[in-house]
Design a protein around this ligand. Structure first.
Ligand code: NAP
Length: 290
């Protein structure tokens, strides 16, 4: 059986979904480093990752570890750069000299949002925030090194089990206050971590390489997403649309960042399902307590 090493697999939103998807595929041996096992900020990171790789001998490393606090990155650029640029750069070096594939995750925030049709993998990135810039630098570090068999998967607006996320936050606000004020002038691609994880495993199995976009089908504003979650959960709550200007943010965010998955679909024959369907499954599982 091929072996997978999942960075971020213990506590990460996507990392946990990847562990689950790999285990339930039944065709992978799966490992994730314990929290604290790797010091991502150490000057000997390359040596640590090399030793881990040589010890486990994975066939594929899934890198779902990242600095994902978009607001926090504006004030902690060094930390964001260490996780989002230096870590993938190190991983590229590690896999370059070994027979290991690298599947790395990136973001819709590499785009500036000035388009009004879905972003393809051929569109030029132009990030607006520290988070977006550090994630783009991570992509470039991998591409420059171009380890044989790397894939970079850009995704967006993720919700899923095992970690606090936008849907949980909105439902908590609704239960506590009976009203949620949510931005309607940012449009993106809501994505269920479990669906993304399954598609990423498929991509790894088919040895896809280069840049891919993987998100659920369709598009929404944050307000649409909140309203759908409230409807499905039958919570008594008014969802009030507000503008981005009414919710000041340190980081500039793309107004439009819908991703076009056609390169993924052409490679795998799979089309991610529509986000409302994925959202309903997520809420059903959350409510069932399974
Ligand atoms: N969430 C979204 O909406 C979204 C949207 C677009 C793209 N993405 C991309 O998708 C990928 C996964 O995102 P996610 O939301 O699943 O991330 P997440 O839940 O924030 O998890 C990131 C993981 O990175 C590790 N990590 C982060 N900072 C660390 C530190 N200082 N020291 C040690 N470990 C640290 C942790 O791994 P352990 O589990 O090992 O503790 C953590 O669980 C990222 O590349 C992100 O840029 C996410």
């Amino acid at each position: 059986m091929p072996k997978a090493l999942v960075l971020g697999g213990r506590n990460g939103l996507l990392g946990q979904a990847l562990m689950e998807a790999l285990k339930s595929a039944g065709t992978w041996e799966v490992a994730a480093p314990d929290p604290g096992r790797i010091n991502y900020f150490s000057s000997s990171l390359h040596a640590e990752l090399s030793a881990l790789t040589d010890g486990l001998e994975p066939d594929c490393i899934f890198n779902a570890a990242a600095y994902t606090d978009v607001e926090g990155a504006e004030e902690h650029e060094d930390e964001a750069a260490a996780m989002n640029r230096a870590l993938p750069a190190c991983l590229a070096r590690v896999v370059d000299s070994r027979p290991v594939r690298l599947i790395h995750f990136s973001t819709d925030f590499v785009f500036d949002g000035r388009k009004n049709t879905p972003y393809t993998t051929d569109d030029q990135p132009n990030p607006l925030s520290v988070y977006g810039r550090t994630k783009l630098a991570g992509e470039q570090a991998i591409q420059e090194r171009a380890p044989a068999g790397y894939a970079i998967i850009r995704t967006a607006w993720m919700f899923g089990r095992g970690k606090k996320n936008f849907i949980q936050s909105i439902l908590n606000i609704c239960r506590a206050q009976g009203e949620a004020r949510v931005v309607f002038d940012q449009i993106g691609s809501p994505t269920y971590a479990a669906d993304l994880a399954q598609h990423a495993v498929t991509l790894a199995e088919l040895e896809g390489s280069g840049i891919f976009h993987i998100v659920n089908s369709g598009q929404a504003s944050w307000c649409d997403l909140a309203a759908e979650a409230v409807n499905c959960s039958q919570v008594e709550c008014r969802v009030t649309p507000i503008t981005s200007a009414e919710r000041p943010s340190k980081a500039e965010r793309p107004a439009y960042s819908v991703l076009d998955c056609s390169r993924f679909t052409n490679m795998t024959g799979r089309t991610p399902r529509a986000w409302p369907q994925a959202l309903r499954e997520y809420l059903m599982l959350e409510n069932s307590g399974l």
